[in-house]
Design a protein around this ligand. Sequence first.
Ligand code: SF4
Length: 484
Amino acid sequence: MPPAHPFDDDKLKEECGIFGVIGVTDAANFVALGLHALQHRGQEAGGIVAHDPDTGFNSARRFGYVRDNFTSQKLMETLPGPLAIGHVRYSTAGSKGQTAIRDVQPFFGEFSMGGAAIAHNGNITNADALRRELIERGSIFQSSSDSECIIHLMARSLQRNIPERMEDALRRVEGAFSVVAMTRTKLIGVRDPLGVRPLVLGKVGDGWCLSSETCALDIIGAEYVREIEPGEMVVITDKGVESIRPFRPQKSRFCIFEHVYFSRPDSILGGRSVYETRRQIGVELAKESPVEADLVCPVPDSGTPAAIGFSQESGIPYAMGIIRNQYMGRTFIEPTEQIRNMGVRLKLNVNRALIQGKRVILVDDSVVRGTTSRKIKEMILDAGAAEVHFRIASPPTAWPCFYGVDTPQREKLLAATMSEEEMRDHLAVDSLKFISLDGLYRAVGEAQGRDPKSPQYCDACFSGEYPVEPADMLEKGFQMKAAE
Ligand code: SF4
């Protein structure tokens, strides 16, 4: 099955959303709703595992959207019980684009002390080495996913219970991981020591839930309690929440791109509204790179809050110069060649009456390959705009992400091969400016900007400074940035 947005190959793609609930009747229904709210984090496939004291563990894994699968009463009746976890995936590790159903999480393992299921958001950077070692020692892998290593490492652990086995396993794993797991009686949540990917705790009735983002708590009427801290494991039972610290403490390096693009604007990250952060990015952009123009228009939808901030700071009117077709759904998933060539026009259309004769500032969240930016610029000029100025709400994306985000190879990233001036020429726009790294840090609440000696966030896709060495990729020949 092709990706859900066939014309959207010009964005970085977050690959997974995870959700878990304990202590409610028919927990799987809550998980389905939670996954629906996290659908932006992965549209290729989804899965739910539930546990019921009478029937044991039950699971369902399906390709496609949550709403097209996990709304069926017949299916949901096969997932009874007060404890369930779920996962939506794009695919970062594993067989990209041609996922086998066996790669769809949650993964399940049967141990001597009972079964356990896990769902993982992130990417294990030493998965190849672990897999080789595990296979040599007799493990039989069922999938091509890096996440399955965790189950095999747990199987090899000599610890007496599943949370301890999980601690053991995760201490061997490098990279980025937020994990939601379950046994027959426990819901478990873990974040890697740097806390690269998000995970939050919520309270729902007498029960508890774990979610990649707070927007999924809202949909089930859960109350936001707090973030799981970097390096923290929580074990939740009917007695409450126990917090454990399995890893050596380290300074956190949360993914700064979650603020820019991946998370939903109605989520809260690090105590800050994502919408407000994005609006603030627009304010910083307008301060750093002002330009005379008649209109500020977002590239919908992700550029909208930054465009509002840019307009407020600059005093230039905000307008919807580009309209997104909200109903561009699955009808065109496998379009004919003729429709495919229409490309971005199927999804976006220019508000011609507004644009004609105007100097337009277009605000977008990022430039990855630059292919969509070029097409949008052409559409705006075709509609009679006098000038087109791009303002980008992230610094140039010049390095691939190895922590759970699908990025093209480095040479396909426009900013990896061109200077800002060359990109402007390539896109043939009147001006092109990106927010600076310091400006982005200010917008996320770091008043002094980025600390170059000890950056407060992961920003490797902009800076080339990777907080965890991507061991597997180095083995495959990836060249890190030379030390300055
Ligand atoms: S490399 Fe970029 S996208 Fe990946 S975790 Fe770091 S900031 Fe996020």
